[in-house]
Ligand binder design. Structure first.
Ligand SMILES: [Fe+2]
Ligand SMILES: [Fe+2]
Length: 230
């Protein structure tokens, strides 16, 4: 990694101190590496913008988590992270044009509504961030989050019943109303399985399918073990 990016990583590491293991600097570096992998399959990627945005994309994550715990205000780490990045990048001598490009990638990396990624760099970052919830890494991350939320290792509730009882509006994409009733296998059924539909690049869809197959086998085996069949 070049000196410029090493400096950025150090700044981000400082901002993310005390972050959950699911969203810490190691997550940032996994996303960074995935971005580089996906970029190889796309033409005309500005690697400087992509690497910079990948390193900074969750810089405000700890702020959002702190605000969430205190219920003081509603912080969106994508919006706040983009704002924080402007000052960091100006100090590091980035051009205003580059800063704008990086900002776009960060603001839309968790897009759920009206502003989808417009540039190839933003699409790659969004894809890489989503791929990190899949595969062996995704399993490890979801159990980490589950532990933090006091969830069971496995829940054998019927999926339709679960959606009706614990997702807002009884809809499959509704918000979880009680996190303690959630579990990793339910997250797999309601969220992870649908990630390929949310990806923008061909290579990311390919990686997602392979990682999902691994997860499917893991959760099937977990069910068999829990039911005493293995
Ligand atoms: Fe994020
Ligand atoms: Fe992230």
């Amino acid at each position: 990694m070049e000196e410029k990016y090493r400096r950025l990583k150090t700044i981000v590491e400082g901002e993310m101190e005390g972050a959950s293991p699911a969203h810490d600097i190691d997550h940032v570096m996994r996303v960074y590496n995935l971005c580089l992998k996906l970029a190889k399959y796309e033409p005309d990627v500005d690697l400087d913008v992509l690497k910079t945005a990948a390193l900074l994309h969750d810089v405000a994550r700890t702020e959002e988590d702190k605000a969430g715990h205190s219920h003081v205000m509603n912080v969106d780490h994508a919006v706040l992270g983009a704002e924080m990045s402007v000052n960091i990048l100006r100090e590091l001598g980035y051009s205003e044009e580059k800063i704008e490009q990086v900002k776009h990638c960060i603001v839309v990396h968790r897009f759920r509504g009206n502003s989808p990624p417009k540039t190839i760099e933003a699409k790659i970052l969004s894809d890489a961030d989503k791929l990190d919830v899949l595969g062996a890494t995704g399993i490890a991350r979801s159990f980490t989050i589950g532990g933090e939320c006091g969830q069971k290792i496995y829940s054998n509730i019927a999926i339709d019943k679960y959606i009706k009882e614990n997702l807002a509006g009884g809809k499959p994409n509704g918000r979880i109303t009680d996190p303690t009733k959630h579990s990793s296998n339910l997250e797999f059924e309601t969220k992870f399985k649908h990630i390929p539909d949310k990806l923008f690049t061909q290579k990311a869809r390919e990686v997602a399918r392979e990682r999902l197959e691994y997860m499917k086998q893991f959760f099937e085996r977990l069910k068999r073990e829990i039911e005493g069949r293995l």
